[in-house]
Design a binder for this molecule. Sequence first.
Ligand SMILES: Nc1ncnc2c1ncn2[C@@H]1O[C@H](COP(=O)(O)OP(=O)(O)OP(=O)(O)O)[C@@H](O)[C@H]1O
Ligand SMILES: [Mg+2]
Length: 127
Amino acid sequence: MDNIILEMRGITKTFPGVKALDNVNLKVHEGEIHALVGENGAGKSTLMKVLSGVYPAGTYEGEIHYDREVRNFSTISDSEHLGIIIIHQELALVPLLSIAENIFLGNEIATNGVIDWKQTFVHAGPA
Ligand SMILES: Nc1ncnc2c1ncn2[C@@H]1O[C@H](COP(=O)(O)OP(=O)(O)OP(=O)(O)O)[C@@H](O)[C@H]1O
Ligand SMILES: [Mg+2]
């Protein structure tokens, strides 16, 4: 089958004193749903951070092929532009902000630098 949308080849990621990923390969065909399963510390989050550019190209070994091209993401927005979106497990909510504010944190709906609260609350869902 050649409808591979994502291939991670030989991914190795080392932190001081820890080899978090050791030559990891992952192939995803278009339309497939995968679960990445492993014990605590197995390297699941690290692999997704490599995929999404949290750890930029050059900070790990191996290659990422996405949509038939080799990708060297420098930032999260590079991967987001291609539709790679990560919902991180770590709680990253701000308790003092509203649900709508948390939903759009870092991705605010704004015109000329001013937040559009009406649109923000509409898109956050029914009250
Ligand atoms: N920023 C970091 N600095 C140093 N070591 C790290 C860092 N992030 C992860 N590690 C180590 O790399 C290994 C893989 O961690 P990772 O968080 O990817 O595992 P995980 O599979 O997501 O675990 P969990 O199920 O607990 O979420 C672990 O040994 C962890 O301690
Ligand atoms: Mg994790």
